[in-house]
Design a binder for this molecule. Sequence first.
Ligand code: TPP
Ligand code: MG
Length: 910
Amino acid sequence: MLEPTFDEVAEWIEAFDQVVKQEGGTQGTRLLQALADRARAAGVDVPVQLNTPYTNTIPVEDEAPYPGDRALERRIESLMRWNAMAMVHHQNKNDAGIGGHISTYSSLATLLEVGFNHFFHATYGDQPGDFVYFQGHASPGVYARAFLEGRLTEEHLDNFRHELRGKPALSSYPHPWLMPNFWRFPTVSMGLGPLNAIYQARFMRYLENRNLIPKTPRKVWAFVGDGETDEPETMGSLTLATREKLDNLIFVINCNLQRLDGPVRGNGKIINELESAFRGAGWNVIKVIWGSGWDQLLARDTTGHLLKRMEECVDGEYQSFRAKDGAYIRKEFFGKYPETLALVANMTDDDIWRLQRGGHDPQKVFNAYKRAVEHKGGPTVILAKTVKGYGLGTAQARNATHQEKKLSDEALAAFRMRFDIPLPEKAAHDGSPYRPSPDSQEIVYLHERRQKLGGYMPVREVPKSNFEAPPLEFFSESLEGSKGRAVSTTMGFVSMLRNLMKDPKIGKLVVPIIPDEGRTFGMESIIRQVGIYASQGQLYKPHDQDMLLYYREEKDGQILEEGITEAGSMASFTAAGTAYSNFRVPTIPFFTYYSMFGFQRIGDMIWAFADSRGKGFLMGGTAGRTTMLGEGLQHQDGHSVVLSSTVPTCATYDPAFVYEAAVIIQDGLRRMYQEGEDLFYYITLYNEDYPMPSMPEGCREGIARGIYKYKAAESGPAAVQLFGSGSILNEALRAQKILAEKYGVQSDVWSVTSYNELRRDALAAERWNRLHPAESPRRPYILEALDAGSAEAGSKSKPAKTKAGSKPNAGNKTSSGEATPIIAATDYMKIVPDQLSPWLGARLVTLGTDGFGRSDNREHLRRHFEVNAESIVAAALSRLARDGKFDAAEAVKAMKELGVDAEKVDPARA
Ligand SMILES: Cc1ncc(C[n+]2csc(CCOP(=O)(O)OP(=O)(O)O)c2C)c(N)n1
Ligand SMILES: [Mg+2]
């Protein structure tokens, strides 16, 4: 302890020391607490102190002895280190620029190995075991272990980052999409792993509290980079974990003090910063800063100068110490004070160099993990100090170490010596992998440890499903229409959800997720029906408890009301949408949100969800740039379906009527959960009320595939085809009427439920045709549907002349054999229908909502964006005039009549 600055303080400290000595630490805590209370009562400021001294949280005298064979584990870890490094080194020699990382794992190895040997359960009886979110850039180390376990072959290692060679290969990072039997959690986009881990731990409790899984001691471990904590996603939901008392959650932050470019907090201390942030958020914080070698130095530090030196050094200095050598540390660290220099007087420079950081000391790491798994009542974070590039010689702790892919010959030789790898020089030089024989002590021990812990990890499994999707008749209420009542597709969806949750078989599997938008979507009735999940139940009487639709919270409530966090909601959606594999329970999440704040705000999380082979329904409420009225630029969504089209496993639908939504949801349940297809749905929901028609016959397939003719021309063949989607379909129907009644132009109206799916189908057909030039071509569904539609129309008047399958690019023809123009109107951007341009060619005229939103009502918005019925009519007449099928002067006159201003500002640029 350093000298206090004035005598009075010395007396107080002496008194306090005596209490602790005689009555123990607990009494010391009580005394401090009492003093603090007293001070507050007296109006004295009590300083908030979230940092503890820069030493290990667990005092050496409280440490449990290490349970494993330290020497053997060290050997095994050395083999991991070699194989991880060699894999990356070898591949980069072989294929320059292919990339990979060496330094991350080298800092993480001990932190992972102690877990693998003593903590990570692969199973708990017949239940799945712990979940581990690995630091993505450490994947070579995880592969190295699986190699030693015999789960991966040399060929796998040889094909690290060579996934397209027709050989068993390894993906760069944890990707369940690419290695579906291995990785569970994609973590390589910084910040997503820790955020998903928090909600995973919470979802585990949710499933337990709802009796969907038995309670187990299962933990969620998230390995996080210290640089990764810069991401708001990493730190943004910490308080949820304490609020929910998630003692099944353990973060291990690998504080190697470096990120990609350089130090994380060169001028400060990342461990201190994180300690105060996590403690402030209520987490149990365990610092693992110093290895065992430091214990005797600290014990001899009677003057407190060593601790003072530890406190005053910033991370930039700590980094330099490990980038240099023992002599440098003696001079620059210990040499600052005679007292500290004296402490190491009898140590050689090598001895000093061997003083390790805590994260490389299995004893310290084991004790931290032990405390973490035993901790009750809240989450734990372990802040483990490590060295980036540990053992990599000249690459160690260098700013550029993150990017290191290859070692020099000398460094390789030094590595081999240092970790004692029994490979011949030549093989080592090439970066050959090394695996001792199966009956070697190392390999026997390795298997033994994993058997004790229930098997190997990571493993991803998908149990066989006996899920049966409800038949379409289940949704009969939605198929029958609203009997003249004006309702929205959102309301229709809410009724469907309510009914689904009542189903005795699958009702309990439904997980409604809402980010504080339940009322926006009229979901109050669901809150009443199934309650909001609240791990503590409802500790208060809701003020509205006398009302029918009161705010009901329950311990086994079904709704996840996440509050205002789309990212958190998406993390819940991810936990629920992958539970079919992780928990072997096929929960069906419906995440309903403001469509504007989905793909564009949390797109990267959705991408990772797809990588995870997640299933479920994203429900984009308040869809459409002109249907969502009044809210203006930031809220009116005219592009989420463009963004959703970029996610390969996302099936996007933009239904106009409730029965369409019912067909889509039924089909989704069947495909995802019954047939086991790896995909998920994005369905737009509108809040415009209008009478919902009953489902016409024969449109089920068209709805699922993307288009069907909703209303044929009343008399005679159509001169123009009108495509509409979502609530803009009503504008197309109104246009159909105006065209016929005012201008004598017949038109068919089609509901396009999914341009995205139509495009994917057409691309697949086109690709097949390209690759099979000698065979008769396949026709995209869009052309098949249009042909069938015109054949049908033709049969009403004259016999149809078109032959399906004849010409791949022949468009829809009228009975007279001519291709009619198509006016496609959408509440989304023009690019959405334009996706079909390659197949519809010049026939296609698109009206959409490009440009920023405006605060106004639907009528004005639709006029502004030129997607109202009048604009559709004008577009049809204009196009017919250009084709010489309508008098141009009449078309100009009509536009005036319709109130379509030809000189108005272009909304796309307004
Ligand atoms: C969202 C995101 N942004 C940027 C990157 C690129 N990147 C990969 S690793 C890395 C640095 C990681 O540092 P840290 O979290 O400290 O991990 P370490 O390798 O030091 O253990 C960066 C910036 C990424 N993977 N994800
Ligand atoms: Mg780091």
